[in-house]
Design a protein around this ligand. Structure first.
Ligand code: CTP
Ligand code: MG
Length: 170
């Protein structure tokens, strides 16, 4: 693979996943909201989703994710970005909810660690959303996104640990 091909893959990875990454990252500012599961428990007696998935968070994530797509639309002068962008944002937020659903079934509390599931739940949903939106994503773009997202989490958690913002380096 030549350098130009690699730059192309990196470019498309950021272009396609930035709205979803934004939608996934912005709800953290919601400290307390109305839980989507209405505090109900599942058949196993544990919470369906838990207090970490709120309506307010969903709305904030959707808002900022769509803001990124709107920037693309304005820069490029075509609304076609909305077709895959909106499903990617909604997909990211639904994927994140599915991740919480799985964590609760595994008896992992809200905020408890689930390596790879925590990082990739939204990515999985976003990828499906982009494809539903009509984009035939290149497999290298998907793999590149996977690596970048896991690497970003490892690096930022390490920095937060070194700065003593976190107790553990993961
Ligand atoms: N958040 C929210 N609503 C959402 C998604 C996220 O309010 N739909 C907020 C919550 O405050 C959540 C924070 O963003 O605590 C970080 O999201 P995430 O890491 O996905 O949640 P966790 O607290 O780790 O909970 P879980 O164990 O269910 O993943
Ligand atoms: Mg989490």
């Amino acid at each position: 693979m030549d350098g130009n091909a690699l730059i192309g893959i990196l470019y498309y990875t950021f272009m396609y996943y930035l709205p979803a990454m934004t939608a996934n990252a912005t709800p953290v500012f919601i400290r307390r909201g109305r839980p989507i599961d209405a505090r109900k428990t599942f058949v196993d007696g544990r919470r369906i989703l838990g207090d970490g998935k709120t309506y307010e968070g969903f709305i904030v994530g959707t808002y900022f994710g769509i803001t990124v797509i709107l920037a693309y639309v304005i820069i490029a002068g075509t609304i076609s970005y909305f077709y895959w962008g909106i499903p990617s944002v909604i997909g990211a937020l639904l994927g994140d909810m599915l991740g919480s659903f799985i964590k609760r079934r595994l008896d992992i509390p809200r905020g408890g660690k689930a390596f790879l599931l925590d990082q990739l739940d939204f990515f999985f949903g976003a990828t499906i959303g982009i494809i539903i939106g009509g984009v035939l994503l290149d497999i290298y773009v998907i793999l590149c996104g996977l690596i970048i997202i896991v690497a970003l989490h490892v690096i930022t958690n390490r920095i937060a640990y070194e700065l003593k913002l976190k107790d553990v380096p993961w």
